[in-house]
Design a binder for this molecule. Structure first.
Ligand code: SF4
Length: 265
């Protein structure tokens, strides 16, 4: 992998996008249940490929008018998935991703049920996944919805409060303690995703890695996915981490937390 990264990308337009070839998910049909015009997220990560967050919030009242309804999502997925199956090009994964944090959608639980039902009907070999930032995982109803999906991939970039604030820029009512509590409740159903960066914020120091290993040990996830910048970051003072350092962090997690850890480049 080159240490040169590309620029940030445009927001996704529409409910479905792709299938895109993903480092971790194969041919992934993206599900964007957030607005086309603005990124709605409970974090404002300096490394975000969609640039800075437009609406930084956890409260649906602030963005409800911008969201597609559960019915719209179901109709769009049924049409798109049906077409791909007819064409003989089924996706490997149906993935909640897109313009922010999908679990902030007030109808997320019902939408997750619909996605699983449509997958069962049209593409039973396809997996269901979400890339989530974990800020809602402390809520029992969100955990129940996440557990419907085959691969709940949940962010944990650091277990150090100060680094969490500087790297992930969370909304005021988001706490690292609640995220860790929610992830521990998910336990082995969680797949952790850890983004490592160097530059203005560095979450690869020995102190950082040791705190993360302790957190991973307490969570006991299915496995840990380790990666670094590929797309351009919002914060141009962040840069990718060399592959050897990522591999060393993966080894530290495997040994210290007794959990499988894989580097994705
Ligand atoms: S949580 Fe994801 S979508 Fe939100 S700002 Fe961070 S990287 Fe971007």
């Amino acid at each position: 992998m080159s240490l040169h990264v590309r620029s940030t990308i445009q927001l996704q337009q529409g409910i479905l996008y792709g299938p895109v070839l993903s480092r971790r998910l194969g041919r992934s049909l993206g599900l964007n249940i957030l607005p086309d015009e603005i990124k709605v997220c409970s974090m404002n990560c300096g490394y975000c490929q969609y640039s800075w967050t437009g609406i930084l919030a956890t409260q649906p009242a602030l963005y409800a008018g911008f969201l597609p309804s559960r019915d719209h999502v179901r109709v769009a997925l049924e049409a798109g998935l049906g077409r791909l199956m007819e064409e003989g090009t089924p996706p490997d994964t149906l993935t909640f991703s897109g313009n922010g944090e999908a679990t902030l959608h007030p109808e997320f639980s019902g939408i997750a049920e619909d996605v699983v039902a449509l997958r069962d009907l049209y593409a039973p070999a396809c997996r269901t996944a979400i890339l989530s930032n974990s800020t809602t995982v402390d809520r029992p109803e969100i955990r129940a919805a996440l557990e419907l999906l085959d691969d709940p991939i949940l962010k944990l970039d650091t277990a150090v409060e100060g680094t969490f604030r500087r790297l992930n820029g969370p909304a005021r009512d988001v706490s690292l303690a609640a995220i860790l509590r929610g992830l521990r409740a998910m336990g082995s159903r969680a797949i952790l995703q850890c983004m490592f960066v160097n530059g203005r914020v560095d979450n690869t120091t020995p102190e950082e890695v040791s705190a993360l290993v302790e957190a991973v040990r307490a969570i006991g996830p299915n496995h840990v996915q380790i990666y670094t910048l590929d797309r351009g970051p919002a914060d141009l003072d962040l840069c990718p981490v060399p592959t050897e350092r990522l591999e060393a962090i993966a080894s530290a997690i495997r040994e210290g937390a007794e959990t499988d850890a894989r580097v994705f480049l």
